[in-house]
Ligand binder design. Sequence first.
Ligand code: BGP
Length: 474
Amino acid sequence: MSYPKDFLWGGATAAYQCEGAWNEDGKGLGEWDVFCHESPLNINHVTGDVSCDFYHKYKEYIDLMAAEKCNTYRFSISWARIIPNGVGEVNQKGIDFYNRVIDYCLEKGLEPNVTLFHYDLPQKIALKDGFANRENIDAFVEYAKVCFKAFGDRVKLWVTINEPKYYAYCSNVVGNYPPNHKQDFERYFNVVYNEALATARVVKAYRDMKLDGKIGVVHDNSNVDVAPYAKERELIKLRGDMFYNSLTLDTALKGMIPSSLILFLREMGVDSSFMKFEDAIDFANGKVDFLGLNVYNRFYLTDFSEGETEIYHNNLGAKSKMKEGIKLKNMFESANDPTTKRNLWGREIYPKCMYDTLKEIKENYGDIPIYITENGHGQYETPDENGYVDDQDRIDMMNGYIEYMYKAMEEGCNVKGYYAWSPMDLYSWVNGYEKRYGLIRVDFDDPNLKLIPKKSYYWFKDVIENYQNNLADK
Ligand code: BGP
């Protein structure tokens, strides 16, 4: 059994969700700035303009993480803060900010784990069709190189893209994320493909710079479980994996596109001309060093029944009864397991998916090092009169996932770290601020954004200390 001594414990955030300072110190406009300010589809009518004000209060947050005994912090860089127009001139003040954050993490004993892209395109790149346009891959590689040059001496863990599939899915299928295309499956696959290519090219660029860190990609765990009553079990499993997983995982971990992708795209009626023969070389040269997995839920599927394609998504929480899922015409559809709890946004809470996905990845892709780059629980919260939140539900839920992570590790899965989503309450895409994930409460009504550790903060500290004490006993 492998309980690594250098296991990383920490929390994860993303730039747009916590930094605020949306137009300070030369930052360019991002697509989420524009969406939140202007789009009628921003249904909860809030923005990330200030959010946790991490830009100014980073020391306070990092101090709290250090006191929680974390030894790592995962965060993302805002592309538009570094290169305001997406290409061209570099904003030195943006570089300075991330230098301050990285240096302070290191001073406090937190290994920085840095994501280059977490949903937030510079608006200028979004206007040129974002990752749907191959030309923007070059822009992304150039931006990555600027980051490697500026921070690569101190950052030893890099992530190219956070959740290429989920980002493409929300932006092009659900339509709740900018640029809000709905059920555009061609664009969905095109974007996932270009993100895979972007990952491969950035990995190659990183290696060419001869820096001594590791680089990976973060996939949102999407392990497919087929309902026991489904008639076409194997076919559904295959199709589900092709739809959710294989393009990201095969390219990043095997260095090749999945062999049955073209056939699957044909079945889906998707024109595959965005794929180029010569990309094979980039994929082969761009395999990642590690895989990040954001573990929240599985995809529980059964046979397609009838009717047209439908997407079920809930950004209204308790104001809606919608259960998250999909009906993909002639392919498969979501099954409902009445014994599995759901959160108030209609998503399954299914801790065992942690174990299932780790085992499945080991079986299909071998012993690549894995970091659980996100795991957490979104809920409404009411603090007591002192601002303290007794979030026992979150503790129970995360504990369940961590127990399954240990079980998988005991069975030989190569897990190297775990990041709670999230260290503190922050902006939850489209859902706003009511859906809270933090182990620290942020009082968004207080002009000073008072921070109050929740019960889960102390629980997480115990988890980390217990892990370390158990190691010492061995
Ligand atoms: C992941 C994202 C995070 C975070 C989390 C919770 O998919 O990487 O950025 O937001 O999910 O999701 P949500 O805020 O939509 O509830």
